[in-house]
Structures are given as C-alpha cells and as structure tokens.
Design a protein around this ligand. Structure first.
Ligand code: ADE
Length: 418
C-alpha cells in the first residue's frame, strides 16, 4: 500500500482523536454500519481531496466499509492533521498522501499520487482533483464516472468549467444541500474561524471591532458568533442584497476603505481575490490583525504586504508580524490560509456529520445510477437532503410534528381563502 505521511509514530494519537470525532457523528456512523452490511461501493475506486481531519478520517473509514478502495490527499497544505494521516495509513490501511506544511510542489505531487490509481469517483473540496485531471491528466477522464464537490469555491469553479463546456463528467454539488451549507458553512465556519483566531492570538473579542468581509452563509455565521462574544461587527460586501441583510441583522456595513481605518481584527470569507489590498494595509491601525477563512489564500493581497514591509518576524505560532513604513505593525494569521483549519481543527464533528453523510449518500446514489448523467454540475437529490435532516434530528433526540390529513388537504387546495 502506497502512502506518504509525516510520522507513522503519531498513529496512536490519531486513532484516539478519530474515535472522539466519531462519537459526535451519529448519522455518518449509521451509514457506515449499513455500508458494512450492504457493500454498495464494492470495488469502487474513490480519490478524495479533502482537509485531512478527524472528521474526514471517519468519512474515509465509512467509504471503505462500503467496499470502496480509497485514496486521500489534502485539499490545503496547512490543514493536514499529521496524526490523523498516520492513523489512516497505519490503522485503516488507507492510502493517504498528506503532510502538514508541504510546499506547493509537494501538494500537487500528493494530488497526482491520489489520482494515480485511475479513480472512478473524485471527491473534492475546492475542485483541485477535477482541475488536475482536466488540465494535466486528461487520460484519466475516460475512467472517471462521477464526482462530488464539498465547498462553495469548488462549486463556483465547476460551474464555470461546465459553462465553457470543459467539464467532462457529472458532479454533485454537495455544498448546495441545505443540510450542508445551512449548518456547516454557517455554524461550522462561524465557530471554527473564531476558534482559529483565538488559538492563534488569545485576543479578547469583547469590545473589539471585527471587520468581516463577505456576508454569505459563512460570513453570516461568523458575524453572529463574533457578536455573541461581544465584538462590534462591521461587514463589508459587494452584493447590495447581502449588505442590506447585514444592516437589518444589526451590523454596521462600510466600504473596506472606511472599515480598514477602524478595525482591530479583519476576517475575509468572500471566495474572491484581493479583498484586502495595499491601500487597506496603509489605512489600518497599528496592531491590526488580518486573517482569512475563505477556501484559497487569495483574499488578502500578501504579495503586496511583502512588498510594503520594512520588517517581518514570526511572533507566535501562526502569527506573522509585518512592519509597514515607520513602525506600524500588522499581524497576518496562518499565512492567509483558512484560519479555522490552519490554527484550529476545522468545523466540529457534529456539523461535519451532516456534510459527510451527504457525501457518502451522494456517492452511493451516483454509483447506482444507470445510465450515468451527462457531464455537468447537479444538485443533491432532495430525498437525500431530507433524509440527512431526519437522521440528524433523530440522533439529537428531537421530535417534530406531522401534518394532519386536514392540513395536508388545506395546503394542497387553492380554493380555501379567508
Ligand atoms: N472543512 C471545514 N472543517 C472541516 C473538518 N473538520 N473536516 C474536513 N473538512 C472541513
């Protein structure tokens, strides 16, 4: 079995942490138990490019229980948890290609290794497998049957490929399931981003001015969590509807040129590039802290910061101090990579439970389809989404009402008014 991990000696620690996460993933565990019996993925080769965390480990174990042959590489060079990678390789005999902190060459080498067994299914978080297959390894297209995509940024990338007719196989946008983005993007990113910022800095949020760029599902969750910890939240947006929503949710909304002058902490979650640029660094207060929680490290213009700096040093783990001009300090967290995974452990297992239940059920669904759908980006089937919600409520011990027959007839009828 082929793999590349940092230290196999960490496997014991990784196993315990994977078990700990599993205890908060009841829906995925139920699916795993059924997969174990039914083997719906027997012999299916799955290449996965995901953050190598305890939650992802449980997904890989569930897919393997279903009969799949799995290879895993990282979807970000800083998110890999080395003990988890070691445990998957040593205890579960899963081919993992992931080392925390690899450089760009190492990162893409791992992606190519994960693809080298000609997978039938790709499972992406950011579309790097799809991109590598289409741009560098087109000979693999003929053996790929289908894929899934975990995150907003990846779905945007895939839709752009599909629009140009470049996408060569069908992919389900798992991100777009309600049981994914309502919870993972909002509560997962909201909590884990602040967890990353606090682990990196130990700063006090109460009374501080926190500038959040982007008021999508992640931004909304983050703003509400920062407010809950006593921060004065300022939102920056380019979308008038989202900006209006932020206003009515009770937040200040400012252009970045104004927000830059007052913020103590800046967090980008837009999915776009160069959201914080040189003119904003110029305007910032001494001691401003800057972090990103969007998928790629493009939201903060670090290249410009590098040009502007008169000094730079690492002052704490995950905190780089940049000196600008005559001595103003700006602190960059986690190299501008997703702070929730570079300085913390990513979203809690309880929320990843739903995201990864969707992943496993979508793969089972796609593999079972005959004929296969045309190339394109497809939504998660509604029955899968509802099933995940139902199973999660059950696992949480929450009961809900059922429509009475009378109510059902009323909702179906257009004849009954006042
Ligand atoms: N994305 C965000 N948090 C994650 C986690 N804990 N595991 C895998 N992917 C993630």
């Amino acid at each position: 079995m082929d793999y590349d991990v940092t230290d196999k000696g960490l496997a014991g620690k990784g196993k315990l942490r994977i078990e700990w996460a599993r205890s908060s993933m009841p829906v995925l565990s139920m699916i795993e138990d059924r997969f174990e019996k039914e083997k719906p993925l027997k012999g299916v080769k799955i290449a996965a490019c995901l953050h190598v965390t305890t939650e992802t480990a449980n997904l890989m174990i569930a897919l393997k229980a279903g009969g799949a042959e799995v290879r895993l590489c990282a979807s970000n060079p800083l998110s890999t948890q080395d003990d988890v990678a070691a445990s998957l390789a040593v205890n579960d005999e899963i081919s993992v290609f992931a080392r925390h902190g690899v450089d760009s060459d190492g990162y893409y080498k791992h992606i190519r290794s994960a693809l080298a067994f000609s997978p039938a299914v790709t499972m992406d978080d950011g579309a790097d497998l799809v991109f590598t297959i289409h741009s560098e390894m087109p000979e693999l297209v003929s053996s790929v049957v289908c894929g899934t995509e975990e995150t907003t940024t990846g779905v945007i990338r895939l839709r752009s490929m599909a629009r140009e007719g470049a996408l060569k196989y069908p992919i389900i946008a798992v991100n777009d399931a309600m049981t994914k983005h309502f919870f993972d993007n909002r509560y997962g990113t909201g909590q884990s981003t602040l967890d990353g910022v606090l682990r990196a800095t130990n700063m006090l949020l109460a009374g501080s001015k926190v500038v959040i760029s982007g008021y999508g599902w992640c931004g909304r969750g983050l703003a509400s969590r920062a407010k809950g910890l006593g921060a004065n939240v300022i939102v920056t947006e380019v979308d008038p509807l989202k900006a209006l929503e932020a206003v009515m949710d009770g937040f200040s909304v400012l252009p970045m040129s104004e927000a830059a002058k007052v913020g103590d902490l800046f967090i980008t979650v837009t999915g776009n590039k160069s959201v914080i640029r040189s003119e904003h660094f110029e305007a910032m207060k001494d001691g401003a802290i800057v972090a990103n929680s969007g998928h790629f490290n493009v939201e903060i213009d670090i290249d410009k910061l590098e040009v502007m700096k008169t000094g730079k040093r690492t002052v704490r783990e995950n905190v780089e101090e940049y000196t600008i001009g005559k001595g103003k300090k700006v602190f960059l967290l986690g190299e501008g990579r997703l702070i929730n995974l570079s300085a913390a452990e990513g979203h809690p297992a309880s929320v990843m439970d739903m995201s990864f239940a969707n992943q496993s059920l979508c793969i089972e669904h796609l593999i079972g389809l005959n004929p296969k759908p045309e190339p394109g980006v497809y939504p998660v089937p509604e029955d899968i989404d509802l099933k995940v919600a139902d199973l999660k409520l059950n696992a949480l011990g929450v009961g809900i009402d059922e429509l009475t027959e009378d109510q059902r007839i009323y909702l179906d009828s257009w004849k009954m008014g006042t």
